[in-house]
Design a protein around this ligand. Structure first.
Ligand code: UT7
Length: 393
């Protein structure tokens, strides 16, 4: 193990659906108003995925942008983590799909479920793998299509959420910096406060959903309770993470909180006696995009020039589980070396698509052949040889 590995953020990207849903649009669906939503949440618009967009396609777009900024090839990735509560399917993982589309043939891939804290959890997992020396390069994606799990009759939740994705590339360097410390926490006693009843859910098995006023695969939330929990844990976990990093909150140049509610952010700033301007917010435009909200806000902060080299920044997430998490990062930025350029990656993506098609074709036809002549091993051997060749491309 190399003791000098530090996990630096060297690339970033976001993907947002084009369709904008305003508070006025929502007022046509449920009994609400622009004034109520703005006053109670600070949200004005949110983005909604169209029929061709999904958690995987948005995540892929954000990941490709992040690889462009880092100027690395997908084959250099060792690990892909997608933090999401709205995965493409329960399994296989959304991360595996993105791995295939990118052509990241050397990467492990999995989804991580920690609701709105998911991105911070995932960033910590990837950073720890880099710090331990077990991997060199990882991509961490937060991607959600919350619109697909909204109960569009529940004005207490449907006005809050939106769709989108954000991603960062983490890479090992021997210079001090990158992810310095983390605090991950959970309080499962609050698991009933916020969630999406799903396959295997005890609620569904005992048909108790209707009694609780809940719907399968639709999100429910006890907003007031979650609000109180959020205002309590933000300050607490930021302070713990800062102590672990050997800094104070006064050293921070930027705090990127989960974008749930403007009032939660204001309360956290007051509690910590910090300037509200230290907190990055863009929830006015995108609402709460769950695990995607922190990377989207981080990328926009970078694009606005709010972070420069060596700045200390903090990310803080909170949500279903209950879960909450904070991370302190010493900012470094991309390597600044021009290694490959975007065309080379575009070629890799096209090749990956053909490789996947060819693999599926070979699987289908060798299986068919083997069913007709079960003992015939020649076709299997041929399949193995062809697959080996495809892997080598
Ligand atoms: O991402 C995970 C973390 N999630 C969060 O952090 C969300 C935390 N919670 C919140 O942000 C807030 O609790 C909400 C924005 C969800 C709700 O705001 P609130 O100030 O806690 O409102 P409330 O639920 O106490 O409701 C106040 C009133 C109620 O009417 P009555 O009973 O006082 O007559 C609600 O029925 O506002 C009513 N109300 C609405 N009115 C218009 C609730 N939702 C709406 C609405 N439009 N959309």
């Amino acid at each position: 193990m190399a003791a000098t590995n530090y996990a630096h953020i060297v690339g970033w990207g976001i993907a947002l659906p084009e369709t904008v849903m305003t508070n006025e649009d929502l007022a046509a669906i449920v009994e609400t108003s622009d004034e109520w939503i703005m006053a109670r949440t600070g949200i004005k618009t949110r983005r909604i995925a169209n029929d061709r967009e999904s958690t995987a396609t948005l995540g892929l777009k954000a990941a490709q942008q992040a690889l462009d900024v880092a100027d690395i090839l997908p084959i250099e990735l060792d690990l892909i983590i997608v933090a999401t509560s709205t995965p493409e399917s329960i399994f296989p993982s959304t991360a595996s799909l993105i791995q295939d589309w990118l052509g990241a043939g050397s990467a492990g891939a999995f989804d991580l479920s920690a609701a709105c804290s998911g991105f911070v959890y995932a960033l910590d997992m990837a950073a720890q793998a880099i710090r331990s020396g077990s991997i060199k390069t990882a991509i961490v994606i937060g991607s959600e299509t919350m619109s697909r799990v909204m109960d569009w009759q529940d004005r207490g939740t449907c006005i809050l959420f939106g769709d989108g994705a954000g991603a960062v590339v983490l890479q090992a360097r021997d210079t001090i910096g990158g992810v310095l410390s983390s605090v991950l926490r959970s309080d499962g006693s609050g698991h009933d406060l916020l969630g999406i009843p799903s396959v295997g859910s005890l609620d569904i098995q005992i048909s108790a959903l209707a009694l609780q006023g809940r719907k399968p695969f639709k999100m429910h939330m006890a907003g007031g309770e979650v609000f109180k929990f959020a205002t309590r844990v933000i300050g607490e976990s930021l302070e713990q993470a800062a102590i672990k990093a050997g800094i104070t909150l006064r050293d921070l140049k930027l705090i990127v909180p989960h974008q749930a509610n403007e009032r939660i952010i204001q309360a956290a700033a007051r509690q910590l006696d910090l300037d509200r301007q230290l907190f990055m917010t863009n929830l006015e435009h995108y609402g709460n995009t769950s695990a995607a909200s922190i990377p989207i806000a981080l990328v926009e902060a970078i694009q606005q020039g709010r972070v420069t080299e060596n700045d200390y920044i903090a990310l803080v997430g909170f949500g279903g589980g209950l879960t909450w998490a904070s991370i302190i990062v010493q900012w470094s930025g991309p390597l600044g070396e021009n290694r490959f350029g975007p065309q080379r990656r575009q070629f890799t993506y096209a090749l990956a698509a053909w490789r996947a098609r060819l693999r599926r074709f070979i699987r289908r036809y060798t299986d068919l052949f083997n069913r007709i002549r079960p003992k015939h091993g020649r076709m299997l051997r041929l399949r193995k040889r062809i697959e080996q060749r495809i892997n080598d491309i």
